[in-house]
Design a protein around this ligand. Structure first.
Ligand SMILES: Cc1cc2nc3c(=O)[nH]c(=O)nc-3n(C[C@H](O)[C@H](O)[C@H](O)COP(=O)(O)OP(=O)(O)OC[C@H]3O[C@@H](n4cnc5c(N)ncnc54)[C@H](O)[C@@H]3O)c2cc1C
Ligand code: FES
Length: 263
C-alpha cells in the first residue's frame, strides 16, 4: 500500500528478513513496491518508528535493490533508540518507509577508460554496494573499518576490494587513504560516503590531485524532505531560494561535488 507525500512515496512495508552481520550492524530486506522501482544508488529512505514518542523518521541509505523481487536492503548500526527498535523487527513485521530521498550518485561520470574509487567508511559502506552494481567501468572499492568487516563479499562481486582497518586486523592498518597509498591506486573519479573527517581528508586529496570527487554527507536530519532546514551544510554558491551559502543535505544532497561544499 503506498501514498504519495510531497512527491515522495510513503509505503507500508514488510520485513522480508533481518540478520546481524557484525557487532552492532544489521542487514534488513524490506518489501517495497514503488520505492524500489525508482531508487538510485546513493539515495536513502526515511524509516518511521512504531513508537509514537519518536515522530521523526531515521534516514538510512539504500544498500541494495532487487527490482524483480520488489525488495530493498538497508544496513545500519544500532546507535540509539530508533535503530535499536528496528533491530528488533523480524520477518513479516510492518514498518513505514518513505523514499527514495535525495539525489544519489551520478552514474554518467565514467566515460570510456575512466577509473573510479568507491570509498566507504564504517556505516558509509552500505550505499557503495548498489553503486558498485550499477556503475560502469573499472571500479576499486576501498573500505575502512574500525575492526569487524561487513559487506566485503557483496562488494567483491562487482569491484576490486581494498580494506583498511584501524586495528590492522585485515588489509592495511590505518585509513582508506593509507590503503590507497599502500596499494599505489589511482582513479579519475571518487565516490565516497562515511564520517566527516574521512570526507574532509578525501576532499583535500581529490582537490590536490585534480580528481573529480562526489561526497555523500550523513548529517542529522528531521523532516528528510527539504522543509525544515535542520540539515544544512555550507556551500560555495548562493542557494537560489534562500540567497545564503547553505544547501539542504536531504534534498540538494546527500551527494555533492567536493568543490561545491565546505566541510
Ligand atoms: C542520508 C543519510 C543516510 C544514512 N545512512 C545510514 C546507513 O545506511 N546506515 C546507518 O547505520 N546509519 C545511516 N545514517 C545515520 C542514521 O540516520 C542514524 O544513525 C540514525 O538516525 C540514528 O537514530 P537512532 O534513533 O538510533 O539514534 P539517536 O537516538 O537519534 O542518536 C543516537 C546517537 O547517534 C548520533 N546520530 C544520530 N544521527 C546521526 C547522523 N546522521 N550522523 C551521525 N551521528 C548521528 C546522535 O548524535 C547520538 O549520539 C544515515 C544518515 C543520513 C543523514
Ligand atoms: S531534514 Fe528537513 S530540510 Fe533536511
Amino acid at each position: 500500500m503506498a501514498e504519495k507525500v510531497k512527491e515522495k512515496i510513503k509505503e507500508k512495508s514488510r520485513v522480508i528478513s533481518q540478520e546481524k552481520i557484525a557487532g552492532d550492524v544489521y542487514s534488513m530486506w524490506l518489501d517495497s513496491e514503488q520505492i524500489t522501482e525508482h531508487a538510485k544508488p546513493g539515495q536513502f529512505i526515511s524509516v518511521f518508528s512504531r513508537d509514537g514518542s519518536r515522530l521523526l523518521p531515521r534516514p538510512i541509505s539504500i544498500c541494495e535493490v532487487n527490482k524483480e523481487k520488489k525488495a530493498l536492503r538497508i544496513v545500519y548500526r544500532v546507535v540509539g533508540k530508533g535503530t535499536d527498535e528496528f533491530s528488533g523487527l523480524g520477518e513479516g513485521d510492518q514498518i513505514e518507509i518513505m523514499g527514495p530521498l535525495g539525489n544519489g550518485f551520478p552514474l554518467d561520470r565514467m566515460e570510456e577508460g575512466r577509473k573510479a574509487f568507491l570509498i566507504g567508511g564504517g556505516i558509509g559502506i552500505p550505499p557503495m554496494v548498489q553503486l558498485a552494481k550499477e556503475l560502469k567501468g573499472e571500479k576499486q572499492a576501498i573500505v575502512g573499518y574500525r575492526d569487524e568487516l561487513f559487506l566485503t563479499g557483496e562488494l567483491n562481486t562487482y569491484a576490486e576490494v581494498y580494506i583498511a582497518t584501524e586495528d590492522g586486523s585485515a588489509g592495511t592498518k590505518g585509513n582508506v587513504l593509507d590503503a590507497i597509498k599502500e596499494n599505489g591506486l589511482t582513479a579519475d573519479v571518487i565516490y565516497a560516503c562515511g564520517p566527516t573527517p574521512m570526507l574532509r581528508a578525501l576532499k583535500s586529496y581529490a582537490e590536490e590531485n585534480g580528481i573529480e570527487c562526489w561526497l555523500s554527507l550523513e548529517e542529522r536530519m528531521a523532516c528528510g524532505i527539504g522543509a525544515c532546514l535542520a540539515c544544512v551544510c555550507q556551500s560555495k554558491e548562493l542557494d537560489e531560494h534562500s540567497q545564503v551559502h547553505n544547501k539542504r543535505i536531504c534534498k540538494d544532497g546527500p551527494v555533492f561535488l567536493s568543490t561545491e561544499i565546505d566541510l
